[in-house]
Design a protein around this ligand. Structure first.
Ligand code: UD1
Ligand code: UDP
Length: 370
């Protein structure tokens, strides 16, 4: 038998772990591939929770997270620590995911080591280097050093072709692996919801963690939550608060102990998927949630001015509200008051994938590197 392809998958945060888990599981099934899982530990608790759910034991855990870490230290730690591991494994290919500091640092590290780089979720763009910050530049740089671009949608393929990736041969439209993760989780963990919902209240799920929303935008989001619950006695807002201290301090200062606003710890992925499914409306600045919710028939209002995920805007399941209190309140109120609008935007087809993205990625890696 010919030599196995050594594929190192490097990831570090919650969303990367969720979206890379199906790729790890698929690689483990393939006899042609020998997968190595390297986690940077950019996130700790939230990463571990995903690893547990998908029963993935990392081959290397770099354990890098520090309290309130900064981009400079984290980036240099990732570069230096992945260099050592890559020297040891000598993989044929390194797979990174998305737009985090881990994705950028690990792809650069593999490039410096002259190892092929495969970028999963390639080609997302807002074309504004500051929004989202620093993710837009992270993904541009990861794409620049990559030899395989696994683009989730046709739009992402076009972005790559228009942004200087000269050869079409490196670009593959695969769908987004988040849909693989979502389908797998909903099938295997149907009743995982571990918080009680009041059956007499409509649940509005809220999440916010983006760096560009720190400070005033996040305060505006909190003000909107207060105004909405004061106006609508039949709603409850549930907010799993991201552990980043820049988020936590503001959110607890504004929303702690407010009537029908529940601040909770981040949920494990399986209960979270079930909570999304039971929610009436989702308010979020998260990337992954914008991709998942259209599969669950739940409308999403995005707490940002722009998005690198325009497909669901076009299909109507997702709408941008920005971060002005007035605008957020207006958009939620419309969905609460207008039943025909609500049913229109909650019944859309998911444009992000069919649950087979990881299989396609494994097929391409096998075909090209065997
Ligand atoms: C990171 C990514 C962002 C992604 C987000 C997903 C970068 C620059 N940012 O942002 O693109 O959307 O993850 O959630 O790569 N913390 C914990 N426990 C955890 C995770 C985080 O305590 O499990 C706290 C730590 O104090 C840590 C801080 O949150 O220092 C910030 O984590 P970091 O990964 O730097 O930024 P995020 O805002 O999580
Ligand atoms: N998520 C979760 N628990 C939570 C909040 C979010 O499991 O309490 C999941 C969510 O379903 C999605 C992912 O985490 O798959 C999104 O992560 P996050 O919002 O942190 O990052 P982003 O997608 O914006 O990079």
């Amino acid at each position: 038998m010919s030599k196995k392809i050594k594929a190192a998958l490097i990831f570090g945060t919650r969303p990367e772990a969720i979206k890379m888990a199906p790729v790890v599981l698929e690689f483990q099934k393939r006899k042609e591939i020998e997968p190595f899982v390297i986690v940077t530990g950019q996130h700790r608790q939230m990463l571990d929770s995903v690893l547990n759910l998908f029963k993935i034991t990392p081959d290397y855990d770099l354990n890098l997270m520090k309290e309130n870490q900064n981009l400079w230290d984290l980036t240099s730690d990732i570069l230096l620590s992945t260099k050592k591991v890559l020297e040891e494994i000598k993989p044929d290919v390194v797979l990174v995911h998305g737009d985090t500091t881990t994705a950028f640092g690990a792809s650069l590290s593999a490039f410096y080591s002259k190892i092929k780089v495969a970028h999963v979720e390639a080609g997302l763009r807002t074309f504004d280097k500051n929004y989202p910050f620093p993710e837009e530049i992270n993904r541009v740089l990861a794409d620049s050093v990559s030899d395989f671009h696994f683009a989730p949608t046709k739009g992402a393929v076009d972005n790559l072709l228009n942004s200087g990736i000269k050869t079409k041969q490196t670009i593959y439209e695969t769908g987004n692996t988040v849909i693989d993760a979502l389908f797998y989780t909903l099938e295997h963990h149907k009743n995982a919801l571990n918080i009680e919902l009041n059956p007499n209240l409509k649940t509005i799920l809220l999440t916010s963690h983006r760096r560009e929303n720190f400070g005033e935008p996040l305060k505006n989001i909190c003000r909107a939550a207060i105004e909405l619950t004061e106006k609508n006695k039949d709603i409850e807002i549930i907010y799993p608060v991201h552990p980043n201290p820049n988020v936590r301090n503001t959110v607890y200062q504004y929303l702690n102990n407010k009537e029908r606003i529940r601040l909770i710890e981040p949920l494990d992925y399986a209960p979270f998927c079930n909570l999304m499914k039971k929610s009436h409306i989702i308010l979020t600045d998260s990337g992954g949630i914008q991709e998942e919710a259209p599969s669950l028939n739940v409308p999403v209002l995005v707490l940002r001015d722009e998005t690198e995920r325009p497909e669901a805007l076009i299909s109507g399941g997702v709408k941008l509200t920005g971060t002005e209190t007035k605008n957020i309140v207006k958009n939620v109120q419309e969905l609460l008051d207008n039943n025909s609008l609500y049913s229109r935007v909650s019944n859309v087809k998911n444009p992000y994938g069919d649950g087979l993205a990881s299989k396609r990625i494994a097929d391409i890696i096998t075909e090209k590197l065997s």
